[in-house]
Design a protein around this ligand. Structure first.
Ligand code: PLP
Length: 425
């Protein structure tokens, strides 16, 4: 296969004509496909519907009748134990919430903004507040900080985590830097996992600002695609504690993509001192979350061992989808020099980098032919990819048949837009 850059203008023109013909054929099929958001498919949802049967009016609550009433702000004991073992910490570090970790992250940023952490000046009273944003990253993280008018700074993501030299430079010298968004395992969208060395360097940061916090979103902590190639990230809370920075981390997770997306349970792990501070605010906000859903989850999943078996069933559904997309990318684009992509071992996404200046056009062309992708630029703060090259592919929701059509169309659009770029040079 000849790389496009090595083709003559005549070869490219002829190729463009053929590709356009293929594109018109697909367009005429009137497809209605979507590879935009990382939703579990219906077979995955099916794996957890049994949750709804483990608690009914015949359940003997005994002493636990309190679970049906107001109170127990930081979550029921069993759920705290469950999340503590998932996050390799102890239950005194855990708060268990309602259905969404994103809501918890929003609340944490909001608390820093309106009231400040542990008596520190609320960010709203400061002239400037900055967050570091490893890119490409999760659009909804960036939307939260943008919502509060916080300035976001792009930090390049490497294969083993974000550029730590740059992070140290900012965090250790600039007191307006108050936080960083991190997805340490099977990151959204690249699928990369932070190395032990990266975690160690995070833990040893010497923040110029005492209320600097790492927002450690461990959304994909148990979402391995392969049993024999699992990646695990070092435990950040413990690392920070040992490095003398016990209060530097808020770690988030949820069962959204374990049980029922939208009806799962979320949790945060943090230092005992941070937990106390957060609970003081929460006491104004709530009289307690849905403890029956917490109990339902613990009764259904029992422990981390049976959770592992459950996640293997998820992987069996997701793996063929990832492999199909990766095969098509390789078969159609391998060696052409017009794109690179990640090959994740877990999580929900594949990250594709097109030639500079091509991402928006590719996404538009796919849409015109009936396939929705995540907006180009969404993986960067303010929706602005400086190279206009990154596209997030979410293979989880479509059926295998739909996915095949969508991935074929995607590669065709990548070729078409790349040839057009080269011809216009
Ligand atoms: N964090 C990351 C990195 C995600 O990719 C997602 C969903 O795609 C979420 C959080 C949302 O989690 P939740 O459903 O718990 O709000």
């Amino acid at each position: 296969m000849k790389a496009y850059q090595d083709m003559t203008k005549e070869e490219l023109t002829a190729l463009h004509k053929d590709l356009l013909k293929d594109y018109e054929v697909i367009k005429a099929k009137d497809l209605n496909l979507n590879m935009a958001r990382g939703k579990p498919d219906l077979n995955q949802i099916d794996l957890s519907l049994g949750l709804l049967d483990v608690l009914d009016s015949h359940y003997d609550f005994g002493q636990k009748i309190d679970y049906c009433n107001y109170g127990i702000l930081d979550g029921i004991d069993e759920a705290k134990e469950f999340f503590a073992s998932m996050l390799s910490t102890s239950k005194d570090h855990i708060i268990v919430y309602g259905n969404s970790s994103l809501t918890v992250m929003f609340d944490q940023v909001s608390r820093g903004y309106t009231h400040g952490y542990m008596g520190h000046t609320p960010w709203c009273r400061l002239n400037k507040v900055k967050f570091l944003c490893p890119v490409p990253g999760y659009d909804r993280h960036f939307a939260i900080t943008e919502h509060f008018g916080i300035e976001m700074i792009n930090i390049p993501l490497k294969e083993d985590g974000p550029d730590m030299d740059m992070i140290e430079q900012y965090v250790n010298n600039d007191e307006t830097v108050k936080g960083i968004w991190c997805v340490p395992q099977y990151a959204n969208p690249t699928g990369i996992t932070y190395s032990d060395e990266v975690v160690r360097r995070f833990a040893h940061l010497k923040p110029a600002s005492q209320d600097f916090r790492i927002f450690w979103d461990n959304a994909y902590i148990v979402h391995h695609l392969y049993d024999n190639h699992q990646e695990h990230v070092a435990e950040i809370l413990k690392a920070c504690e040992e490095a003398g920075n016990p209060n530097m981390v808020f770690e988030f997770c949820s069962t959204s993509k374990v049980s029922l997306a939208g009806a799962g349970v979320a949790a945060m792990a943090t230092s005992v001192a941070n937990k106390k501070d957060v609970l003081q605010h929460m006491a104004i906000q709530s009289i307690g979350h849905d403890k029956l859903n917490q109990l339902r989850h613990v009764r259904y999943f029992q422990n981390v061992e049976s959770l592992t078996v459950h996640m293997q069933k998820h992987a069996a559904i997701l793996r063929p989808k990832f492999e199909m997309v990766l095969d098509i990318l390789e078969k159609e684009l391998g060696g052409l020099g017009i794109g690179t992509w990640t090959k994740p071992l877990g999580g929900y996404f594949i990250s594709f980098d097109a030639m500079e200046g091509c991402a928006q056009k590719i996404v538009r062309k796919c849409k015109e032919a009936g396939t929705i992708l995540t907006n180009a630029g969404a993986t960067y703060p303010y929706g602005q990819d400086p190279h206009d090259s990154n596209i997030r592919i979410a293979p989880s929701f479509p059926s295998l048949e739909e996915l095949q059509q969508a991935a074929q169309l995607f590669t065709l659009c990548v070729k078409l837009v790349s040839v057009e770029k080269l011809l216009s040079l």
